[in-house]
Design a protein around this ligand. Structure first.
Ligand SMILES: [Zn+2]
Length: 313
C-alpha cells in the first residue's frame, strides 16, 4: 500500500474523511479534495481494468454489467450533450474532431458520428471491444492514453463520461489530455459522482458502484472546478443533477449487502415495474427537470457535469 500526496494540489497533509468498502478516504487539508489513501500501486490498479488481459477482475465485471445490460445514458441524452457542444464550439458547424476519453462500449461515439463529428475513442481495457462494431473499432485506441497516437492540438472537443473518478492521477491525465486539444478547444466531463450530494449528506446514498477501488476520487463541485482551473481551463458551465439510482427506483439500500449485488443492481432497476410506469407518465420529464433544478441550486445532485474551454498560452 502506498501513501500518496494529494493528486490535485500535491499537499501531503490530509485528514481522515470516511471509510467505504474497507478503504480509507482522506480529505486534503489544502484543497479539500477527497481521495483513497493509502492505495495499491498504479500498475496494480490498471491491471484490474483488463489492460493486461485480466478480463475476470471484479472491476471488469462491473463495467461489463454496466454496459451489457442497457446503458443508463440513452441516445436522447447524448443528443442533448452534443447540441451543447455544437453551440459552444468555436466556429460552430463543420466536422469537429472529437475524442471520447474512456469510451466504453462506444455508444457516445456512435451518436457523435451520426451528428457529423469525426469521433475517436480511447479506453484502457480491451474487454469492451466485442460490444463495438468493426468500423467503429478502427477509431478506438485501446491502452494507456500516454501511448495513444494523437498529435498535440488535434481535437476540437474532448468528452469524458464517468471516468475521472477512476483515475489514479486525474490532474496528470487532464494535463496530458489538454495537450491534445486545440487552443480554445472544449472539454466536457460528465457523470462524476458528487461527494457533497444531498443524498450523501443525508446518509441515504447507497454508494451503488461508487466504491473503492473502482473509484479512487471523490469530487465535489469545488474540487472538480479546481481540477480544470489548475490544468488551464476556463469553466463555462457546471451543474449537479440526478438522484442515486436505487433511491429513484425505491430499491432497498445496498449498504451492507454483499458486493455480488453490485453486479446485478442495474438489471433489477431497468426491469422494475416502477421504471415501466414512470416511462408511461408524460409528467415525468417535467418533474425530473424541477427536481434537478432544485438539486443544482443547492449543489446537491448525485453527479456533476462540467464544461471547460482550454485557455491559450
Ligand atoms: Zn489538495
Amino acid at each position: 500500500m502506498l501513501q500518496i500526496p494529494c493528486p490535485l494540489c500535491n499537499s501531503g497533509e490530509n485528514n481522515f474523511s470516511f471509510i467505504l468498502n474497507n478503504w480509507t478516504i482522506v480529505e486534503c487539508k489544502q484543497c479539500a479534495f477527497k481521495y483513497v489513501n493509502p492505495r495499491p500501486a498504479q500498475n496494480e490498479i490498471e491491471e484490474m481494468y483488463g489492460s493486461n488481459n485480466h478480463n475476470d477482475t471484479m472491476v471488469v465485471q462491473v463495467h461489463q454489467s454496466y454496459y451489457g445490460k442497457g446503458h443508463i445514458q440513452d441516445q436522447a441524452h447524448y443528443q442533448k450533450e452534443l447540441k451543447i457542444i455544437r453551440r459552444l464550439l468555436p466556429g460552430g458547424n463543420g466536422t469537429p474532431m472529437l475524442l471520447d476519453f474512456g469510451c466504453g462500449d462506444g455508444s457516445f461515439l456512435k451518436v457523435a458520428r451520426l451528428n457529423g463529428m469525426d469521433a475517436y475513442g480511447c479506453d484502457i481495457g480491451s474487454w469492451n471491444m466485442n460490444m463495438i462494431d468493426e468500423e467503429l473499432r478502427q477509431k478506438i485506441y485501446v491502452g494507456n492514453f500516454e501511448d495513444a497516437p494523437y498529435e498535440d492540438g488535434l481535437f476540437d472537443v474532448i468528452y469524458s463520461h464517468a471516468v475521472f473518478e477512476h483515475l489514479y492521477n486525474p490532474r496528470m491525465v487532464l494535463t496530458e489530455l489538454s495537450k491534445k486539444l486545440k487552443e480554445n478547444g472544449l472539454l466536457m466531463i460528465t457523470g462524476i459522482p458528487n461527494v457533497r450530494s444531498l443524498f450523501i449528506n443525508l446518509g441515504i446514498d447507497s454508494f451503488d458502484g461508487n466504491i473503492p477501488l473502482i473509484h479512487l476520487n471523490y469530487f465535489s463541485k469545488k474540487t472538480l472546478s479546481e481540477l480544470l482551473t489548475v490544468t488551464g481551463f476556463e469553466i463555462l458551465q457546471i451543474k449537479t443533477w440526478g438522484v442515486p439510482l436505487r433511491l429513484a427506483f425505491r430499491k432497498k439500500a445496498i449498504r451492507g449487502e454483499e458486493k455480488d449485488n453490485i453486479i446485478d443492481w442495474e438489471d433489477k432497476i431497468l426491469g422494475s415495474s416502477m421504471v415501466k410506469m414512470l416511462k408511461k407518465l408524460s409528467l415525468f420529464p417535467v418533474a425530473k427537470k424541477s427536481i434537478n433544478a432544485m438539486l443544482n441550486l443547492i449543489n446537491g445532485g448525485a453527479v456533476i457535469d462540467i464544461i471547460g474551454r482550454k485557455l491559450s498560452g
